[in-house]
Ligand binder design. Structure first.
Ligand code: UD1
Length: 417
């Protein structure tokens, strides 16, 4: 298993380009299942989660052709196997995103339940409830969701909580339904909007994406389209945090601050200078960061996917901060690893009190989930001496060529096989 060896203590500097958003690309790959004409995508990130999703849809009969360096051509004209087997689904929860499109296009779907994951139980009851409201017959048996519907019917769906993939799954199911579907309490995440834009380019009729009420008027069929994947706001935020923590100055290209208000605000509170242009963001760290308290919540509030990275920042800032996680029940696993590097963190249920220390020292630590791994990388870049991060397959799920990008910014990082 690959490990990442980091020699800490070098401030990041220079420029690097941000990749396409993993969490936008995953549902959009599933959107290709909705129509028999080709979907051409660009700015698709090279990530393990993307390869997993491509393998999953390929075994359903989708033709996948690489198109240039970051492009894909997806051809679902031969879709013949609406099944997502456990072996593929167990490695990636987002596989549940095939359920809505398969049901809408094929009239049936058999998708393995994703099961729990390290950061929390993460059930899919809202996805199922929404499909049932649209007239689907859904049974959960032997670890699989079996769903059937000759044609889904438009419905009013009020989700119990804001769910990102839930909103996306129901939106994809509704585009081919008979009549209008209204999703209330919908997720407002920019990735939901990117998916809606792609579906609209394919001929879907959707309004309100990006607000908490999304209206979808079903159409008979969709057609082929071309769509560029939006930049990854979480990758952007992660590199900004790495520059802030190391006392660096960097510029991130091919990205946008438009979806990062809550993160940029916290970096400004921490004392960073930030300059935003249309397609780039530059950050200059202060002499000493100030600790910043935060509370995670659905977009446009502070994203749970940036919580771990800000914990790393607070470890070396001046003062104490309280981090409150409200989305997932077990998302502080990075804290114990950060403590191994010398951090001062106290956890009390879903609150973490982080008090900045004068220095962190390198150690061997273990990555436990995707964003937790990012916080360990940031801490390793700051720590004196060597930090060895084990199980970096988590990082490879969500950060494209991370060691290459960090080296471009001057970090001393090496992948160890
Ligand atoms: C997505 C993101 C993930 C991010 C998360 C929250 C993708 C591929 N993943 O995950 O990176 O951390 O949003 O911003 O886009 N819930 C239920 N029942 C459901 C659905 C959700 O109880 O049917 C709960 C979850 O357990 C969680 C909360 O709702 O506590 C929000 O989860 P959700 O927004 O669905 O997360 P994902 O879409 O899985």
């Amino acid at each position: 298993m690959d490990k990442l060896l980091i020699q800490g203590g070098t401030p990041l500097s220079g420029e690097v380009a941000i990749s396409g958003a993993k969490n936008a690309a995953l549902p959009i790959l599933c959107a290709s299942l909705l129509c028999a004409e080709p979907l051409r995508l660009s700015n698709v990130p090279h990530l393990n989660d993307i390869s997993t999703m491509l393998r999953l849809i390929a075994q359903m009969g989708v033709g996948v052709t690489l198109d240039g360096t970051d492009g894909l051509l997806l051809d679902s004209s031969g879709l013949n196997n609406p099944l997502a087997p456990y072996d593929m689904v167990k490695t990636m929860r987002a596989s549940i995103l095939v359920l809505g499109p398969l049901l809408a296009r094929c009239g049936e779907a058999r998708v393995s339940l994703p099961g729990g994951c390290a950061i929390g139980a993460r059930p899919v009851d809202q996805h199922i409830k929404g499909l049932q409201a649209m007239g689907a017959e859904v049974h959960v048996e032997n670890g699989y969701v079996h769903a059937k519907a000759t044609r889904l019917k438009g419905a009013r769906i009020v989700t119990d909580m804001v769910t990102v993939t839930g909103t996306e799954n129901l939106m994809m199911a509704a585009v081919l339904a008979d009549g209008e579907t209204v999703i209330e309490n919908a997720a407002r995440e920019p990735e939901v909007v990117d998916l809606a834009n792609c579906l609209v380019a394919m001929g879907a009729q959707i309004s309100g994406a990006g607000t908490d009420i999304v209206r979808i008027r079903g159409v008979e069929r969709l057609h082929g389209a071309t769509h560029p994947i939006m930049p990854d706001r979480i990758e952007t935020g992660t590199y900004l945090c790495a520059a802030a923590a190391t006392g660096g100055a960097i510029r991130l290209l091919k990205t946008s601050a438009a979806y990062l208000d809550a993160v940029v605000d916290k970096l400004l509170d921490a004392g960073c200078d930030i300059a935003v242009e249309r397609d780039s963001i530059a950050l200059k760290a202060p002499q000493k960061l100030k600790a910043v308290s935060l509370r995670t919540a659905p977009y446009p509030a502070f994203p749970t996917d940036m919580q771990a990275q800000f914990m790393a920042i607070n470890c070396v800032a001046e003062g104490s901060a309280v981090i409150r996680e409200t989305i997932f029940e077990n998302r502080f696993m990075h804290a114990v690893e950060l403590i191994r590097l010398g951090a001062d963190i106290r956890i009390d249920a879903n609150n973490a009190v982080v008090t900045g220390v004068a220095r962190l020292d390198g150690a061997t630590v273990m990555a436990t989930d995707l964003r937790a791994s990012a916080s360990l990388v940031i801490a390793g870049l700051v720590a004196q001496g060597e930090t060895l991060i084990e199980r970096i397959y988590h990082l490879d799920r969500g950060y494209e060529r991370i060691e290459e990008k960090l080296m471009k910014l001057g970090a001393l990082v090496k992948r160890v096989h």
